[in-house]
Design a protein around this ligand. Structure first.
Ligand SMILES: Nc1ncnc2c1ncn2[C@@H]1O[C@H](COP(=O)(O)OP(=O)(O)OP(=O)(O)O)[C@@H](O)[C@H]1O
Length: 223
């Protein structure tokens, strides 16, 4: 079974080190949660893995294939950015046909949340409606590893839970790395959690470790 192996990721912006020497791995069938404060470098790390941001150094491998840049990762890794990436002036139905292979379209076209939106144009959707479409397009793509940057951003609680179910359904055939500030949802979804701080990743076992790291205030802590 393939695995995604990420090693020796180093990245600075304007002389400031964001990622020092990051190691991360993800198996097919695994969901890894990535948590960290604002500006800790989570999106930068995902973009480096995907290949849209150049690292000072990196090693990314899927199975035996070294992913030197975005072209090597085509059909292997897909990334959903934090900000909307869908083009305007195109209906949701056409977007689904454009983004997905034929065999993957049916379940999205028939999805209860998506069906009422099929004839709308992307720019006419609410932020939450757009996010659920983006998540479904990504997780139904043929890539083996899916990187999701803030999939729960802007979605209502019931849709957040629905997104969790959708990701879990795809889990047996793919590996996921998911980052979001809705850490409760990330923790309930992921098999394991890593926390990014000062350029390094640290494994997290429970919420009290996140509290100790100062990720959320004590007033929010309910074990
Ligand atoms: N293109 C860029 N040029 C200069 N600095 C950048 C650039 N992209 C990101 N940074 C800086 O790198 C740091 C990490 O940014 P990044 O977006 O990866 O953080 P993040 O953990 O995803 O944050 P958030 O949770 O707020 O989305 C930030 O301090 C940011 O200002």
């Amino acid at each position: 079974m393939n695995s995604l192996h990420v090693d020796n990721v180093v990245k600075s912006f304007n002389g400031k080190v964001i990622l020092s020497d990051v190691f991360l791995s993800c198996q097919k069938g695994e969901i890894k949660g990535l948590i960290g404060r604002n500006g800790s470098g989570k999106s930068t790390l995902l973009k480096i893995i995907f290949g849209t941001v150049r690292a000072d150094s990196k090693f990314v491998r899927i199975g035996d294939k070294v992913i030197k840049n975005i072209t090597y990762g085509r059909n292997l890794i897909n990334y959903m950015p934090q900000d909307s990436f869908l083009p305007n002036n195109i209906s949701i139905k056409d977007l689904i046909n454009l983004f997905l292979h034929k065999e993957n379209r049916k379940s999205v076209l028939e999805d209860d949340y998506i069906r009422p939106l099929l004839n709308k144009k992307n720019q006419a959707l609410s932020a939450g409606e757009r996010r659920i479409i983006e998540v479904l397009l990504l997780i139904n793509s043929n890539a083996e590893f899916i990187l999701l940057d803030e999939p729960f951003n802007g979605v209502s609680p019931i849709v957040g839970d629905y997104i969790i179910d959708c990701i879990k359904k795809m889990k047996s055939s793919k590996g996921f790395i998911v980052t979001d500030h809705d850490y409760e949802r990330v923790m309930s979804l992921a098999d394991s959690i890593v926390y990014l701080q000062n350029g390094y990743l640290k494994k997290i076992n429970n919420k009290s470790e996140l509290l100790k790291l100062g990720y959320f205030p004590e007033t929010q802590f309910i074990s």
